[in-house]
Every structure is written in structure tokens, then in C-alpha cells.
Write a protein that binds this ligand. Structure first.
Ligand code: A3P
Length: 308
């Protein structure tokens, strides 16, 4: 709690002592009980793995490249399941997001097929995903870059106020930042990746060969875009275009938060911030790098999971 102002505090939920913004206590049960439909399409990830980028890809492929429809904010077209829980700590922000009433109600009533997003771990997602088996696209990212990106995001959105980046890393490594331990998160999906309704992606592969990932996701969704359409889609989803696209860059929310200048911390970053692999080199000391590498090695030991 020392690290948060009271609007940003986290609680731990069971099983697994997962750290979650305290608003979750009002919405957690409803999320677990949400009725799932066979044609729902989920994008799930730990925060800051490129899920907004992935979601935009998935939504556009799923909607036969409806660029006109994609002008509506992504959080309306493909809402974050736990958005009310994450943002309900703060009435100003909740008011901004929740202008249309209760967001979970809206998700329950939305016409099929629904496109939904979540940063929750497997066991905190709606229980029916186990039985109904909707399509789930999971995206993972190397933990060092994820941590750097999450540091900027948490200082701004979750109102965290760590003394230093190192202090934030310490919490991240102990699974005490919002959404908990990344390995529990990743393995909840990695261990199910061979199930036909699950597609497991990595941010680094998207950066290396986005064309190939577009084709993979299209196949998974049963779509068959032409080469020309894929080239256009790749350009539309490029970092520079995403950063200036008001439907995905969360500019109004970021402006609201920035305007309040919460902690005087380094919180003036964009939601779509830098979009590179290896930004950790600009932030981490050799000692921190070796801590991350050791922690990663310990956690993937005995599994076939790797990061490029
Ligand atoms: P950085 O902070 O490292 O720049 P999420 O959407 O899951 O919160 O992930 C956010 C991360 O994805 C941010 O990383 C953001 O810049 C990156 N991102 C968003 N759109 C991107 C794109 N088109 N290409 C590359 N990275 C992108």
C-alpha cells in the first residue's frame, strides 16, 4: 500500500494470491459467472504484451477488414472484461469509461460474435471457458521489456509511486504488481496451447515477421485475406499508425491522467509508447538483468517454453 495512493491499491485474490486492483472485489464473481458463447473470441495476455495490437488484428480479421467500423474505440468494440474492476477505483476514470452504463451488462447483452479482451489469469476468467471453449488468442512478451513497459503504465494508470524503477522490478519479480505472477499467467495458456480453440503468440514473433502472424491468426479465425489485403492490414497496424489512431491509443484517458500530474513521477508516457524489442537495455543494470535472467531460467526450467 505504501506504493499506491488509495485510488490505486491492490488486493490479493485466491487461489494463487493474485494481485488485482481493489475494484475487482465488486466485479470478480460476475466475471467468473459470465455466460460464454461458442463464437466468442478472446484476446488474453498479461498487461503490456502487445494485446491492443493483437486485438486490433483479431477484430479486423474477424470483421472482414471493416476499417470503417474500426474507427469506434477498441474498448467498445472489444471491451476489457475486467475494465470496471480495474478502473472503478477512481470515479473520474470510471465515469469516462462507463458513460454507457454498466460495462459487464453491456458485454452480457452484446450481439454475437463478441470480441473480448482480458488480462486475467486462466483461473480468474469466466468459468465456462473450460466447457464452452471459445477461441482464445494469448500473447506473451519477454518479461524484461514487459516490465519496463508496465512500469510506465503502472505509474500512470495504477497510480503507483515506487521510489525507483528497481523497486518496481522487485515487486514485478515477486508477482506483486497488478495481475500477479507472469509465469502463472503464461503457463495457464502455454500448457493448453495444443487445444484447437487456443492460439499462443509472442510479441517478439509479431515484431520479427508480422505478415506470418497475420496469416496464422487468419487461419485460426477461418479467414482467408488476399496478399494485397494483408499488406494493407500490416501497414494499418504498424506502430506509427497505431500510435496516432484515436480508436486504440487511449488518448482521452491518458490526457485525463496526465493532466492530474499524480505523483510527479515519470508518468508522461503514451499508451502506445515505443513498440520495440530490447528497450530493457535502456533501463536495467547488469545486476538487474542477471536477476531477471536467473528468475526466467528457474521458471521455464523443465518446460519447453522459450523467449527469443
Ligand atoms: P511499449 O511500452 O514497450 O512500447 P498492451 O496493449 O498489451 O498494453 O501492450 C502495450 C505494448 O505494446 C506497448 O509496448 C506498446 O507500445 C506496444 N504496441 C502497441 N501497438 C504496437 C504496434 N503496432 N507495434 C509494436 N508494438 C506495439
Amino acid at each position: 500500500d505504501r506504493l499506491f495512493n488509495k485510488k490505486g491499491a491492490l488486493i490479493e485474490v485466491h487461489p494463487g494470491c493474485v494481485c488485482i486492483p481493489q475494484g475487482y472485489k465488486h466485479f470478480g464473481e460476475r466475471i467468473l459467472d459470465l455466460q460464454i458463447r461458442p463464437d466468442d473470441v478472446f484476446v488474453v495476455s498479461f498487461p503490456r504484451t502487445g494485446s491492443t495490437w493483437t486485438q486490433e488484428l483479431v477484430w479486423l480479421l474477424g470483421h472482414d477488414l471493416d476499417y470503417e467500423g474500426a474507427k469506434l474505440p477498441q474498448q467498445i468494440r472489444a471491451p476489457l472484461l475486467e475494465i470496471s474492476a480495474v478502473l472503478s477505483n477512481d470515479e473520474d476514470i470510471l465515469g469516462w469509461v462507463n458513460q454507457n452504463g454498466d460495462l459487464l451488462d453491456l458485454m452480457e447483452q452484446a450481439p454475437s460474435p463478441r470480441y473480448l479482451k482480458s488480462h486475467l489469469m486462466w483461473h480468474l476468467l469466466p468459468r465456462q471457458i473450460e466447457t464452452v471453449k471459445p477461441k482464445i488468442i494469448y500473447v506473451a512478451r519477454n518479461p524484461k521489456d514487459m516490465c519496463v513497459s508496465y512500469y510506465h503504465y503502472c505509474c500512470l494508470v495504477h497510480r503507483m509511486n515506487p521510489d525507483s524503477f528497481e523497486e518496481f522490478c522487485d515487486l514485478f519479480l515477486r508477482g506483486k504488481t497488478a495481475m500477479g505472477n507472469i509465469w502463472d499467467h503464461i503457463f495457464g495458456f502455454w500448457n493448453r496451447r495444443h487445444e484447437p480453440n487456443i492460439l499462443f503468440l509472442k510479441y517478439e514473433d509479431m515484431k520479427k515477421d508480422f505478415m506470418a502472424v497475420i496469416k496464422e491468426v487468419a487461419r485460426f479465425l477461418g479467414k482467408n485475406p488476399s496478399e494485397e489485403e494483408i499488406i494493407k492490414l500490416e501497414e494499418y497496424l504498424s506502430f506509427k499508425n497505431m500510435q496516432k489512431n484515436p480508436a486504440v491509443n487511449l488518448k482521452p484517458l491518458m490526457d485525463t491522467l496526465r493532466g492530474e500530474d499524480y505523483m510527479g513521477h515519470e508518468n508522461r508516457s503514451n499508451f502506445i509508447r515505443k513498440g520495440v524489442v530490447g528497450d530493457w537495455k535502456n533501463y536495467m543494470s547488469l545486476e538487474l538483468v542477471s536477476r531477471f535472467d536467473k528468475w526466467t531460467a528457474e521458471n521455464i526450467n523443465g518446460t519447453d517454453f522459450t523467449f527469443d
